[in-house]
Each structure stands twice: as structure tokens, then as C-alpha cells.
Design a protein around this ligand. Structure first.
Ligand SMILES: [Zn+2]
Length: 194
């Protein structure tokens, strides 16, 4: 009887998710959840007629700050989603050192934002869509190569990539229709959005 019970327990265990699988799954769900929040920020930028890129910064599973591109509104070239988010996080946490923080951003960071991310010592970045013309995480240049600078920020792309690129495609489609031509629309227009 006891033998039978052990066999059955072992047999059933094959069908139960193993603990580490469950943890990985949960973490993956969290990453998607935070990227969805970055996407909401991107939609906010869209409504403000800005190139729709959004970001959020997370520490210990908690959101510290969110931001979106506001370059046109502020007429400030540094107001990309990542910089806005980093600036707010530093104010919130009272430090420019954002170690142990994870940044979620809908578009591959440009060289300016990559510089700020590395300077802020952010632990890891997840981005959505690739930017073949200006991306500094391997598309145009890779500023995240391990050992290139004093601090190395880990980076992983392709999280909800389809959703993240769709919003950009939609934005530039409207812009093209408004201008009646394939306009030179700054950074974003050079994205692979056709
Ligand atoms: Zn940037």
C-alpha cells in the first residue's frame, strides 16, 4: 500500500510544474506586465502627438517611475522616454545610482539613452521593438557589450515586440497621411516601420 502511494506520488509529480519552472513563468509574466505599463506610456505619448515610446523603471518588483517621450512638447532633445523615467526615478529614490533596477522600454535605446542607462548603473533593460537605424543595443551599435565600460547593463530585446512596433507604425502612418508624403520624420521615421 505504501509502495503504491509512493509510486503514485512520483507519477503525479511528473505532471506538476517544477518549482523553478513556476518561478521562471511568473517572472516572465511580470516582465510582460511591466512592458504593458511601458506601452500605456507610449500610448500617452501618441495622444500627445509625440513619437510613441514609453518606459517604466522597477525596483524589487515595484514600479518606481514611468515616462514617455516628450521631446516636442518640451522642445528638449533629451526628453526621450528612458531619460524622463530615469530622471523621475532619481528624484523618487534620492540618488542617481539606480543599481538593482530594471528598465522596461518599448523601443531599443538610442546611444544617448544607452549612455544614461549605463551611467545610472541600471541592472537590466528589457526593450520591445528594435530600431535598425538608431538602436544602441546591437542594431546600429552595441553599447551594452560586457566589459565595454566600468558598468555593464544587461539587455534583452523582443519583449512584446509586435505590440511595441505596431504603435510606432500606426503613429507614422497617420503622420504620413497628414503630410501626404513619406516625410522625414526624425528618428522614429527611420525605423523599420513599413
Ligand atoms: Zn533615446
Amino acid at each position: 500500500m505504501l509502495f503504491k502511494f509512493i509510486i503514485n506520488r512520483r507519477f503525479l509529480a511528473n505532471f506538476a510544474p517544477r518549482k523553478h519552472q513556476l518561478l521562471c513563468y511568473n517572472k516572465r509574466m511580470d516582465h510582460k506586465k511591466f512592458m504593458e505599463i511601458a506601452l500605456k506610456e507610449a500610448w500617452q505619448a501618441f495622444q500627445e502627438d509625440e513619437v510613441p515610446v514609453g518606459a517604466c523603471l522597477v525596483k524589487n518588483g515595484q514600479i518606481v517611475s514611468c515616462g514617455h517621450n516628450r521631446r516636442e512638447k518640451l522642445q528638449d532633445v533629451t526628453s526621450h522616454a528612458e531619460i524622463e523615467t530615469i530622471r523621475k526615478a532619481s528624484q523618487e529614490l534620492g540618488t542617481w545610482r539606480l543599481e538593482n533596477c530594471i528598465l522596461y522600454v518599448t523601443l531599443e535605446p538610442c546611444p544617448m539613452c544607452a549612455g544614461a542607462i549605463i551611467q545610472a548603473r541600471i541592472h537590466k533593460v528589457y526593450f520591445g521593438a528594435r530600431d535598425p537605424k538608431a538602436g544602441a543595443a546591437g542594431s546600429k551599435i552595441n553599447l551594452f557589450q560586457p566589459g565595454l565600460f566600468n558598468h555593464t547593463t544587461e539587455i534583452e530585446g523582443g519583449l512584446l515586440a509586435e505590440k511595441c512596433s505596431q504603435i510606432l507604425k500606426q503613429y507614422f502612418k497617420i503622420k504620413r497621411e497628414q503630410s501626404g508624403e513619406v516625410a522625414e520624420l526624425d528618428e522614429g521615421a527611420r525605423l523599420e516601420i513599413e
